[in-house]
Design a protein around this ligand. Sequence first.
Ligand code: ARG
Length: 557
Amino acid sequence: MSDTRSPHQKPFALFGPDFTFAYDDWLQHPAGLGQLPPTQHGTRVAIIGAGLAGLVCGHELMKMGLHPVVYEAGRLGGRLRSAVFDGSDGVIAELGGMRFPRSSRGFYHYVEQTGLHTAPFPNPLTEAAGSTVIELEGERFYARRLSDLPPLFQQVAAAYDQALEEQASFSALQEAIQQRDAAAVKAIWNPLVKDWDERTFYDFIASSRAFQQLSFRHREVFGQVGFGTGGWDSDFPNSMLEILRVNVTRCDEDQHLIIGGAEQLPQGLWQQPLQQAVHWPPGTSLQQLNQGAPRPAVRRIHRNDQGQLTLTDSRGHQESFAAVITTCQSWLLTTAIDTEENLFSQPLWMALDRTRYMQSAKTFVMTDRPFWKDKNPQTGEDCMSMTLTDRLTRGTYLFDQGDNRPGVICLSYAWMSDALKVLPLDAEKRVELALAALKKIYPDVDLASHIRGNPITVSWESDPNFLGAFKGALPGHYRYNQRMYSHFMQDQLPAGQRGLFLAGDDISWTPAWAEGAVQTALNAVWGVLHHLGGHTHPDNPGPGDCWHTWQPITLDN
Ligand code: ARG
């Protein structure tokens, strides 16, 4: 999976494989995303949710001369949330998105535009981590790179590469994505959709020739150390298509963090004054257009007698709009918002409600300094390392902010069962359990003595504004995904279902990646533009203009 790019080639992007549209090209084109009839300038469009998807929509619609009205039930930023340690000078814990693959070209467009800086994320076996410890069934391995580990680990990695190659034409597909050759991507991808939508990730592993030649132990170790960022056993029941997308679009490699915190991105989109916009004077910001802060939570969406979409907020205030974009997790359209049923078709409701969210818990502490780089006098090794284990903590990540600055440790980042184990527990209990697990791996390290201040923890599934961390599609969910993703194309919909748009990573093909939020937001932007009588520049067609040629394949019902 090395980067074989020639100097003239475009950077590797999350291009397809379902909808082969180059969002980064659309964003970077000097003609802009599109134009509205001047009579629409100043038209108010509602956006539900001030996370990345909502604020990308707000930003782009404002640039076109519309007036985005943003509603937010909780805290601005969504799952880009950087929590500051009490009493620190801005030392943060990344509670949501923390590592962003470089193939997320749409996402990085906004990172650059907001003037943010990035650094390699300390993932297992990367240079940024320095060293990695893998501890399974009580056996501990110290490594800087994969080749330092015993042959078993290399066999596992090679078997996965081989399985991908044999069952998914992996390198040809990745090369077609690199070349942005839509026809070639589709020729390989579309048959895979049929083959793998109804089969699990585990089935892919267990039925592969490569793993069948190896022991059960190999499959087990694969589950614990996986690929890229670590153990993916929590995804074993997921549709294999979802995993293939991650691998082939390089979502789980070459990841960067945002220095100072990922939440600066939504904050920047909210606060940054526009350089140039249609209709609005230079210097206008989303914050200003919203008179300082978002509206409160939306409680009800219905269509009024004039055919407009009316939102009722938690204080009972009502306003009606020609277009509304909802970016919240789709379950909230059932649990948190009284959404008039006939605004969506029944098959779309099936898709929205069947969405399966995964659980995720993280627990962080701040330390006096990056003490883990102190060497063990006996071995010369780092006294503590980025750690993958089959114990409760699963993944432990170390954030070095310089020798004279406090350090940050994500004691545990876990999904599904491992996240559920700590769901009812408070931060102190979570820290206690994590420290006990790490003590077994690092008996000589007095981690507790280095901790400063209060721990920070999150379980996204316990937050009523989220109900889960991110979508993880199950077998048979392709059709649901396609319905949600395609919904921005509304010309064929009955009039009573138009004007309400969906965006967010749970609507995308790449849930748990911010790029999915950006790409679906841009689809919704195109949808609103079209809905209000606007159009794209002929030299810079948008997702809806290219839809009929490159749309995701339809499976029969
Ligand atoms: N992108 C997130 C991360 O890097 C989540 C990855 C796990 N995704 C999943 N479907 N399990 O941590």
